[in-house]
Design a protein around this ligand. Structure first.
Ligand SMILES: *Cc1c(COP(=O)(O)O)cnc(C)c1O
Length: 232
């Protein structure tokens, strides 16, 4: 099942790339495995999937330990508390959910401690939903400016979690807004910044996100099936 699902999603991503004149390799599929067992991750890995996303530090670290015989790239996509930064930095190749300057500062500190350059994305609440984490769009430029001075952080772009909607077309405008925000960030000729990465699009709306420039899509339930206890 997982293998078939992956094949289908990859071909849907390819078709969306084709429609928008983008090379297929410009989009990375991150398989969101939260709440799903390690055996399913192994199955996906056998089908060629190497990038996985988890929303909880504890769960990511436990699975990374169980699956340490595989060359998996782990993405932390859920809200990160300051007291879990050390563990997150030890395992995550990319942290998608940096939503405050304080959190970035803590990541800088922990990454420096282990001599790592940590790839991060800034999470932006483009739809301005009260229930969601993320920076307001107008806060982004100042946060970017400060982060540029953090030697152990490489800012790779922006991330958003679009609203849940029956009609994914409704989210197109949010994907366009995130892209515009990334493009408007002045590039500073700094090795530590490449703000053109865009992590956007989930099971419900990933094709629209690809059409609007996503470089990473985070797809869970379409690959692994519905989650039974959705605890964000
Ligand atoms: C769970 C989750 C996803 C994947 O959601 P699906 O709708 O199952 O594809 C993507 N991004 C984040 C931040 C998530 O928490």
């Amino acid at each position: 099942m997982v293998t078939d699902n992956l094949l289908q999603i990859r071909s849907r991503i390819a078709a969306a790339c084709e429609r928008s004149g983008r090379p297929q390799e410009s989009v990375r599929l991150i398989a969101v495995s939260k709440t799903k067992p390690s055996e399913m991750i192994r199955e996906a890995y056998s089908a060629g999937q190497t990038e996985f996303g988890e929303n909880k530090v504890q769960e990511m670290c436990a699975k990374a330990e169980e699956l340490k015989d595989l060359s998996i790239t782990w993405h932390l996509i859920g809200h990160l508390q300051k007291n879990k930064v050390r563990k997150a930095v030890a395992v995550a190749a990319m942290i998608h959910s940096v939503d405050t300057l304080e959190l970035a500062a803590e990541i800088q500190k922990e990454a420096a401690r282990i001599n790592k350059i940590q790839d991060i994305l800034l999470e932006v609440n483009v739809a301005d939903e009260e229930s969601k984490f993320g920076l307001r769009p107008d806060e982004v430029p100042a946060v970017v400016n400060t982060i540029l001075d953090y030697p152990n952080i490489r800012l790779c772009g922006l991330m958003t979690v679009a609203p849940y909607t029956e009609n994914p077309e409704e989210n197109r405008v949010y994907f366009q807004q995130l892209k515009k925000l990334a493009v408007d960030i002045p590039s500073k000729n700094n090795d530590n910044v490449s703000v053109y990465g865009l992590s956007m699009g989930m099971s419900n709306d990933f094709e629209i996100a690809v059409e609007e420039g996503a470089t990473m899509v985070r797809v869970g339930s379409l690959i692994f099936g519905e989650r039974h206890y959705e605890d964000k």
